[in-house]
Design a protein around this ligand. Structure first.
Ligand code: BGC
Length: 345
């Protein structure tokens, strides 16, 4: 069968080639791929800056944003042939650490977790793949291709869950939230904020292309200049040091800043530790980082996508390319929000 793979650490090694059928040890459920989403992490992997191949292998199959159809599942289980599913990216470390042992692998403490399509586990950009039922999330078939947005939505469902847990350290009645970066993750963060009844603002440097309209039709205010209002919650999705600094400075006393974006490692940005300390201590501010998602977050994200306007979700997917166009799918293009590689209509 065909799969898209790279040699981690080697730029230019991306190829579409024949690979073996998924081995039985990968899981009791066989899934046929409908689509995979492309994100910044894939491009970092392709540029040789990130990722690790499975133990004893040279190549890593890409793809961590999945959508597939169950071909075969154990009898009597929760999944049946024909169900539409998304694969969970992170798998617990083998030790396991206290969090992985409890299914909170997104909070793994020893770094020995694996991530499909990213770290030591083949991904979903293959015609077929396998997984155990506990690492599959059923999505409503009525979502169509938009089901591929579940993984990025799960990442911010976790962010919002943690914001709310932190918020409940005192009376928690947030009014206004800011999301920085109107890419897929930012748009999903805004969607979840609006579903919570908050006034949501989106900040992004693009004043043309689909982002302003996507924000406005969702019901969020769109800004190309950093807004000067004070925000109870900021979800930072750009990973850009200047924006992170603005996010920290622009939140209310007791405000919460969730850092959910990744930028280039060597940015040269300086941190005024004393000023940051004053701001955090004197006004109870919290800044925290958030990555990945566990099953609870995928389930929350699936509910959020079902509640969302289907036509809006469809518009977040700005390019749909067939597998034959895989090279184009991984190129960076202006005005692109989400590119999806369609394996099967
Ligand atoms: C993925 C996460 C993953 C993270 C770090 C992101 O692109 O969405 O699931 O944990 O990269 O590898």
């Amino acid at each position: 069968m065909e799969a898209l793979s790279i040699i981690p650490g080697r730029a230019g090694s991306l190829r579409l080639a024949q690979v073996e059928e998924p081995p039985a040890w990968q899981g009791s459920v066989l899934v046929s791929t409908l689509a995979v989403g492309v994100c910044g992490t894939d491009r970092e992997l392709i540029d040789g800056k990130y990722g690790k191949a499975p133990e004893g292998k040279e190549r890593l199959v890409l793809g961590h944003e999945s959508l597939g159809r169950v071909v075969d599942a154990p009898r009597g289980g929760a999944l049946r042939a024909g169900d539409v599913v998304v694969g969970i990216v992170r798998h617990p470390d083998p030790v396991p650490c206290v969090n992985c042992a409890l299914g909170e692998w997104d909070m793994c403490r020893n770094g020995l977790y694996t991530e499909r399509g990213i770290k030591q586990a083949d991904g979903f950009a293959a015609r077929r793949w396998r997984a155990e039922p506990e690492f599959l999330v059923k999505v409503s078939a009525s979502l169509g291709l938009a089901g591929v947005l579940l993984e990025p939505a799960s990442v911010v469902a976790k962010g919002w869950e943690h914001i709310e847990r932190i918020g409940r350290r005192a009376r928690w009645a947030p009014c206004r939230a800011l999301v920085t970066g109107a890419g897929t993750v930012g748009l999903m963060a805004a969607l979840l904020g609006l579903q919570r009844g908050l006034e949501v603002h989106l900040f992004d440097r693009n004043d043309s292309g689909p982002k302003p309209e996507l924000a406005r039709s969702l019901g969020a205010s769109y800004h190309v200049e950093y807004p000067t209002k004070e925000f109870d919650v900021v979800i930072e999705c750009t990973g850009a040091p200047r924006v992170i600094a603005q996010a920290v400075a622009g939140c209310t006393p007791d405000g919460i800043v969730c850092l959910a974006g990744l930028g280039p490692e060597h940015s040269g940005a300086k941190l005024d530790v004393a000023a940051l300390n004053q701001s955090l201590v004197l006004e109870n501010r919290v800044i925290f980082g958030s990555v990945n998602a566990n099953r609870r977050h995928y389930d929350a994200a699936a509910k959020a996508l079902e509640r969302a306007d289907r036509a809006w979700l469809e518009r977040v997917i700005t390019s749909r390319l067939p597998l034959e166009d895989w090279e184009r799918a991984y190129q960076r293009r202006d005005n692109d929000v989400k590119t999806v590689i369609v394996f099967e209509d």
